[in-house]
Design a protein around this ligand. Structure first.
Ligand SMILES: [Zn+2]
Length: 285
């Protein structure tokens, strides 16, 4: 039986469901839960690993972004299908050389990296399995489309990405500040995962909200920030962009159910702190 958590703030249209896997879960357990989660066409499952780490899948592809060193050792064995591994930049809370080499070797995933991370990976990962991208590049990779857009951040050509699956599109904002170029990508991402601050000198709730305004996604998930920063972004969205659904993995109350309802759109979030999963559903519009 899955533990299902429902937060009142997300229940306004009775379509938001949160799955929890327990506070003591290991990364291996979290990965096992992610892979076991069914996902039909038109749905996406998103698992937040902490910092800017995101694992997501649709009905055919699995993608991992900025896992840093969070998947290592025993948990590496829990990795199953992985089609693409995206690295936004070479800072250690986003990129671990040894983890990328191990994950790529275990899964065969294609690695996509900014010039700073690419320079250390070339030679360590088979040359047909690692791709360097620069701002403005658009590439078809492993049945998905990857768009690279410059991050506002101090490293070697850091990137943010729009990852387009066959039926879903996601923006990942690394730990970037706001790049006005994002306005060129309006409506290109249905879901925006945005950095709110934390240890980043460039990310903030204000810049995260600017990203949301520029991209105009249906849904937004905060990452790379503190609880207070998540609160600030949530309040701004509620006041100034109420059409955007704000999904955050905290402040949950719980109920238990035996099976999932019939749904068309799913987002599962897990934070490393709570190891909770959020399952969100949406009806056709
Ligand atoms: Zn950084």
């Amino acid at each position: 039986m899955l533990l299902v958590l429902v937060h009142p703030a997300w229940a306004r249209d009775d379509s938001v469901i949160v799955l929890g896997v327990g506070a003591q879960s290991s990364m291996g357990d979290v990965l096992a839960t992610f892979y076991a989660q069914p996902v039909d066409q038109g749905r996406v499952v998103v698992m937040m690993l902490g910092a800017s780490g995101v694992l997501m899948k649709n009905h055919e592809k699995v993608a991992l972004i900025d896992p840093a060193g969070m998947i290592a050792g025993d948990s590496m064995q829990a990795l199953q299908q992985l089609d693409i591994l995206l690295i936004t930049h070479e800072h250690s809370d986003h990129f671990s050389y040894s983890a990328v080499v191990s994950i790529q070797s275990k899964t065969g995933a294609v690695v996509v990296a900014n010039p700073g991370a690419y320079s250390s990976l070339s030679g360590a990962v088979p040359s047909d399995k690692v791709i360097e991208m620069r701002s403005g590049d658009i590439r078809a990779i492993s049945g998905m489309t990857v768009t690279a857009i410059a991050a506002v951040h101090e490293s070697v050509e850091p990137l943010t990405y729009i990852l387009t699956f066959s039926d879903f599109s996601v923006f990942h904002g690394s730990d970037s500040g706001f790049n006005a170029k994002l306005a060129d990508y309006k409506d290109k991402a249905r879901l925006a995962i945005v950095p709110t601050g934390g240890a980043s000198p460039t990310a903030s709730p204000g810049s995260a909200f600017s990203m949301i305004q520029a991209l105009d996604p249906s849904d937004a998930i905060p990452m790379h920030g503190t609880t207070a920063q998540y609160d600030t972004l949530g309040a701004t969205i509620a006041q100034q962009a109420p059409n955007v659904q704000y999904l955050r993995p905290s402040l949950m109350a719980s109920v238990a159910v035996d099976e999932l309802p019939n749904i068309e759109f799913v987002v599962v979030l897990a934070s490393v702190l709570s190891f909770s999963l959020i399952l969100r559903t949406r009806r056709h519009e």
